[in-house]
Design a protein around this ligand. Structure first.
Ligand SMILES: *Cc1c(COP(=O)(O)O)cnc(C)c1O
Length: 339
């Protein structure tokens, strides 16, 4: 099977398995796991923040940011198709007790003046706006890159209003590599950031959040409250170190594969692209084929290719390092055959 459902499906590399086997570990709740400490220092350094924290998942990282910055009854500004709003089971409301104010973006980019207008003024009727979230790359727009110009403009507005900005950067390294920029080009325009180790970077488990000392201190406490205080988790961190030091630059290979897949799809009658992919996600509009998503995905599966439904008439194909160049050729053949 050629599995294009998600870049979370990657298996740990040989180097990761070796690093996990050899890791020196301790009790991280006591702050005594040297491998966790090394990963957190490395991440803070790469992301240009004072401190970092290893967390169980991207969702937990995002939620820790909301919990650390907000109080129940607050409002947070999010893009209307963002992961935090769309895919986290309303955790912002269930856990932090905040309500979302959604803004429709274009390929994930919110118009800065829409953000400015959404910030609440002081009024007894209103909730307080306590956080602005930006997702980069933007998953539901097909891994599109939110430009550093857009981020700078939003960050400036946020600073004027004394509201923190959090980046859901599950795939921020994809944005940096695809735009040939340092990741700090993006993280300079936020107060906190979450990056996933278990997507294109290939680790089996984990994400990191980074921000200033005070933020990480609060987030660490929230992580403990949520049951995310792990003990000899250095085994996971050992893999995370490989992700950050050896798996970032190679993301360009995934982008190249997605681009080649997209080129071919544009030439197949009946299929069209939601957007040209900026990174490793290809969203295909299948409406003209008159097949339901389920039928289309089943037909594709019979040809040995797995993809996922991404809303009415849309399917998502994601490239990652366990998909070879030959696999892409085969996936293209499969798509042609089922049309
Ligand atoms: C995958 C993803 C997350 C959540 O990560 P998990 O580790 O699956 O919880 C958050 N934001 C975005 C944009 C994602 O793509």
């Amino acid at each position: 099977m050629i599995d294009l459902r998600s870049d979370t499906l990657t298996q740990p590399t040989q180097r990761m398995r070796e690093a996990i086997y050899e890791a020196t570990v301790g009790d991280d709740v006591y702050g005594e796991d040297p491998t966790i400490n090394r990963l957190e220092e490395l991440a803070a350094d790469m992301l240009g923040k004072e401190n970092a924290l290893f967390v169980t998942s991207g969702t937990q990282g995002n939620q820790l940011a909301v919990l650390s910055y907000c109080s129940p009854g607050d409002e947070i500004i999010v893009e209307s198709e963002s992961h935090i709003f769309f895919y986290e089971g309303a955790a912002i409301s269930a856990l932090a007790g905040v309500q979302p104010r959604t803004i429709n973006g274009i390929k994930g980019e919110m118009n800065p003046s829409d953000v400015r207008n959404a910030i609440r003024s002081q009024d007894i009727h209103f909730p307080d706006t306590s956080l602005i979230c930006i997702e980069n790359t933007h998953n539901r727009s097909g891994g599109s890159i939110v430009s550093s110009d857009n981020m700078r403009a939003i960050y400036k507005i946020a600073q004027q209003a004394s509201i923190p900005v959090h980046i859901d950067g599950a795939r921020l390294f994809n944005a940096a590599v695809a735009s040939d920029k340092q990741v700090q080009e993006y993280t300079q325009y936020c107060d906190s950031v979450q990056v996933c180790l278990s997507k294109g970077l290939g680790s089996p488990v984990g994400s990191l959040i980074a921000g200033n000392k005070e933020f990480i201190k609060r987030a660490r406490k929230w992580r403990k409250r949520l049951g995310g205080g792990m003990r000899q988790a250095g085994f996971l961190a050992a893999s995370g170190i490989i992700s950050l030091t050896e798996m970032v630059e190679r993301l360009s290979e995934d982008h190249e594969k997605a681009s080649r897949l997209a080129d071919a799809i544009e030439d197949i009658g009946g299929l069209s692209l939601l957007n040209r992919p900026d990174t490793n996600i290809v969203i295909v509009n299948i409406e003209e084929t008159k097949k339901s998503n389920e039928e289309f995905l089943n037909d594709l599966k019979k040809e040995g290719v797995l993809a996922v439904s991404f809303g009415e008439g849309l399917i998502r194909l994601t490239t990652h390092y366990d998909v070879s160049s030959q696999d892409i050729d085969q996936a293209i053949t499969a798509l042609k055959r089922i049309i």
